[in-house]
Design a protein around this ligand. Sequence first.
Ligand code: CTP
Length: 450
Amino acid sequence: MIKVITYGTFDLFHEGHYRLLERAKALGDYLIVGVTTEHFDQMRGKINVMDPIVDRIENVKKTGFADQIIVEDHAGQKVEDIQKYDIDIMTVGSDWEGHFDYLRDYCKVVYLERTPNISSTMLRRQKVSIVRMGIVGTGRIAPRFVAEANYVSGIFISCAYNPVKESARAFAERMKLACYTEEYDEFLQNIDAVYIASPHETHSEYAKRAIEKGKHVLCEKPMTFTRWEAEELYRLAQDKGVVLMEAIKVAYCPGFQQLLAVARSGKIGEIRDVEACFSRIADENSRERTDKVYGGGFLEYGSYPLVPIIKLLGLEYEDLRIDSILDAYGMDLYTKIQFRYPEGLATAKMGVGVKSEGQLVIAGTKGYILAPSPWWLTKGFEVRYEDPNKIDRYEPAFMGDGLRYEIAEFVAEINGTSEKKSKLSPEESIAMAEIVERFMEQRRERGIRV
Ligand code: CTP
């Protein structure tokens, strides 16, 4: 009996897939089809697959060509499968020509002519309209955002806004954007969504005006300085039927999602303590150090360490204490926030002028998770136990500088194709706004003009 194996995502099942499977089956007597998991596709850089794996498997099954369906979830699995299932022929479409020649040590490799003029990518483009996104603010993060957006299908950056026309023009020219303007209302007219990356204190107003005009909003952190404003924005977004997302990129990073899943799985028992730190000795002339009202460790970096705490211990803390080390003008060089929950504790540390170890430690009743710096880009973490010889290591994939995951989630939310559970819910974002409000109140009490 000749055993054949083939692999694919089979997203939005199409004629190309059908014809490939038909010919793969005809190569032998028994056909095994490997369907990729979402996790594996994300690791390979396919971040906009639309059909869930159950549907993709079902569609392969319906063709009647597959004698067996398996899932492909990691690199290197093909060699394992070929040996495990005693495969004679591995086949894929000709778009992979040469790519799998290394498997010839194990079995015959056949590249079948790809069906012309059809692909999942093409169908995805037809199915969802492309989101035209405008950028508000053209500072340091904006060029990185444009570069990362190129990796996400279904979106393109069409326009830049800056109240200083010359800055908008220079940025548009450098990033090869077709349009730029210093008029916000005019800017909103020709786009579907905005990314707000302007100075902190302007976020909320730009977001509000965009939502009122029916635009989706991805807003840099901190989105607002009060709980009330955050609630208002989410309420308004709901009324207008648009997506509002706070751009705290760690929340959307697949490795961080995996870390949360492991933490919640019971592997470390009950979670009792979360300690998270993000610090950077910022240049003394940088905005982080010179903006005495809106700079400083907490407002610049506070959102990152707050995310694992809020996600794992929840919104209902009993007590919260904020302490800062200040510079001569009262701006925080270093801030420590301590939370007390009914059954747990947490600490968030952030700094612009004091450096500490940027790690995340989640302590439980059976063990703990240690994610070393840069845990906010989650490239690896360990689960450790009482027995120091026992360590479970995780090495999730991470591409680019992480912004692409946030952008992909934003597009998925707009298209209604994201997972049901929000990666950062409005309630969680509002809870963070409340902590920002507490921080600003303390600043005010110290006599700083806010
Ligand atoms: N395939 C084919 N002809 C097409 C499209 C795909 O023969 N027009 C083959 C691929 O070569 C692969 C299998 O079908 O062997 C599964 O491909 P998959 O990557 O799932 O489909 P694509 O349409 O290529 O997906 P995408 O556009 O996301 O890359």
